[in-house]
Design a protein around this ligand. Sequence first.
Ligand code: CAA
Length: 397
Amino acid sequence: MDFALTQEQQLIREAAYKFGQNEVLNGLAERDRAHESDPVILKKMGEAGLLGVCIPQKFGGMGADYISMGMVCEELERADSTARVAMSVHVGLHSMTLMQWGTPEQHERWLPDLATGKKIAGFGLTEPNAGSDASSLKTTATRDGDGYVLNGSKIWISLADFADQFLVIARLAQTSAKAPYAAFIVDRNLPGFSSRPIKGKLGVRAGNTGEITMENLRLSKDCMLGEEGDGFKIAMSALDHGRYTVASGAVGIVTACLDACNKYANERTVQGEAIGKKQLVQQMIASMVRGRDIGRLLYYQVGWMKNQGLRHTREVSMAKWVNCEAAFDAANKAIEIHGAYGYCDEFPVERYFRNSRGAMIYEGTHEIHTLMQAEYELGYRSDKALSRTLPTWPFAD
Ligand code: CAA
């Protein structure tokens, strides 16, 4: 086992850090306050190669490994969750799922534009009445000639108004099969597609979230990923990738809390000494360091398993669960250390607090991951090897 980062991984981490600090943070406080998203950031992420970090070079990506992808998420979320959310849906939930389940023709058709950010992608699983219970979807796909007609709505969709295409999971109308779902790539320019933004979120305010609706939207058969009946497995394997980005990003929030608290605790004095010298402050700092270091080990392990093509549903659920809790706890402590200053947006820690709360809901709630871990341990759930895995790394030419 080798814990040393390669030179390539270190350079990618550094580039993502600089991008976050220079591009993502530029004007962010105003956008966050005004609940405004800036699609130009997505364009710049594409130009910087970040949207193609773990996409093979033959499709225009950087061809780096999956641990590098996690490090990009960590460094972007160290600046703001909005940039990591874009990585989650565009790269994790969409492009990586396409890499895992797409045919060679589908790879050629979609990956080059996704890897370079020419096209932006989203993911549509959740519905108004199907969140944690992901198998009670109402959106239908009805066979029609050599294609399908989709009807239904998906809610809490990141980049709903910005993405050019979505990976949508729908219930097959004409089937009595036990697994009645299919997965489709849906282009937003098709007749019958519409979206609307959701306003008033607690966090990730500078990120676009909304609802997408498909009304008699016709798709040709070659827009289906996998086969009829594969839809639920595709959705769950997409979550294996999405949860990885959330888990690695959460470490970035812990690191951002440490960045802010190290500075503040060294500058702010009480009774003639820096508050960093106070043991109760040190206790909070130590707990954040614990969250950061354990969090990295958890996501590096998952990244390594992805590189090997190993199933990692249990491990990624653990990493997402533990790291999101650590991020929320770190943000709460960061506010405590900043006192009243932590409670207003003059300092960034209140934003970390609001943003980290969302990650305990999306991509599997705290409760879902708790139950999953108990079920694995009790022998009620197990991870069988998959017939379709991500391409192992290094990628074949
Ligand atoms: N990869 C491939 N196949 C998988 C899989 C995976 N990761 N996980 C499960 N499967 C397969 C299983 O092997 C099984 O197949 P067989 O019947 O052939 O054995 C089938 O899928 C059903 O699996 P389960 O029995 O595990 O299904 P379940 O009904 O018990 O799942 C659950 C329950 C784990 C709670 C699941 O419903 C779940 O994860 N819910 C949470 C949903 C979620 O996280 N939503 C987030 C939405 S996306 C989002 O938030 C993004 C955003 O933009 C903010």
